[in-house]
Write a protein that binds this ligand. Structure first.
Ligand SMILES: Nc1ncnc2c1ncn2[C@@H]1O[C@H](COP(=O)(O)OP(=O)(O)OP(=O)(O)O)[C@@H](O)[C@H]1O
Ligand SMILES: [Mg+2]
Length: 234
């Protein structure tokens, strides 16, 4: 579904993503894990067309999307839930969800997707008429994911969904991600929470200083000596 070939991305003269190749197959959950500042968000912004690659290519559903505009990429069903949530705080929960469904394809499925979102994230139903800015941090993160689901994703990419959440809410968040996978949505999960992110993934990639240093079946990665030492404190 998604194939990235030898991608280089940077800001000015500084290279941040340095020759990344990875792929995500239909119905898979793939986790990309790595520490602070190693280029995870930059990679995701490049996939979404918000930052331009210096070289390399990104294919989605067999099409080269490397030079497409962000709205054209969204229209193809490649949806990203950004780090930092990016909600509209002075609009209601309902209005924020509604905004997720602006593409033609998403608009057609709006009714069904509303039902799906409210079933999976019942808190959002209770708070539908509240301003997004009044929600707790965890609820805001749920809303951001709900809005992503309203966009009728073929591939949903989540940038650090558990960041800032309590251990209990982190648990809930990963359960929700599991439910989204059960719905047949293909997922790419970017996380610093290596234990959780690989624990539920089919496959994983480990990124260090802009380079993929390890990849493979998630269970295998969790038993890798370097990964255990560097990320799991074992
Ligand atoms: N717009 C920008 N202009 C210049 N440098 C940037 C910009 N955005 C990110 N960087 C730099 O690129 C590097 C990688 O940042 P990026 O946000 O991609 O990392 P990350 O892996 O997502 O980190 P985190 O886990 O903290 O979110 C950092 O050194 C950061 O300072
Ligand atoms: Mg980031």
């Amino acid at each position: 579904m998604l194939t990235i070939n030898d991608l280089y991305v940077g800001y000015g003269d500084t290279l941040v993503v340095q020759g990344v190749s990875l792929d995500v197959a239909e119905s898979e959950l793939v986790s990309l894990v790595g520490a602070n500042g190693v280029g995870k968000t930059t990679l995701l912004k490049t996939i979404s067309g918000l930052v331009r690659a210096k070289s390399g290519e990104i294919l989605f559903m067999g099409e080269n999307i490397t030079r497409l505009a962000p709205d054209e990429i969204v229209a193809r069903g490649l949806i990203q839930v950004a780090e930092g949530r990016k909600l509209f705080p002075a609009m209601t929960v309902l209005e924020n969800l509604e905004l997720g469904a602006y593409t033609k394809e998403a608009h057609k499925q709006k009714k069904r997707n509303f039902e799906l979102v409210f079933e999976m994230l019942p808190d959002l139903k209770t708070k539908a008429r509240n301003m997004a800015g009044t929600l707790s941090g965890g609820q805001q993160q749920m809303l951001a994911i709900g809005r992503g689901l309203m966009s009728a994703p073929k591939l949903l990419i989540l940038d650090e969904p558990s960041i800032g959440l309590s251990p209990l809410l982190t648990q809930t968040m990963f359960e929700i991600i599991g439910k989204i996978k059960e719905q047949g949505v293909t997922l790419m999960l970017v996380e610093q929470n290596v234990h959780h992110a690989l624990g539920m993934a089919d496959r994983g990639y480990v990124i260090e200083q802009g380079r993929i240093v390890l990849s493979g079946p998630a269970m295998k990665l969790l038993h890798d000596e370097h990964l255990k030492k560097a990320y799991l404190g074992m």
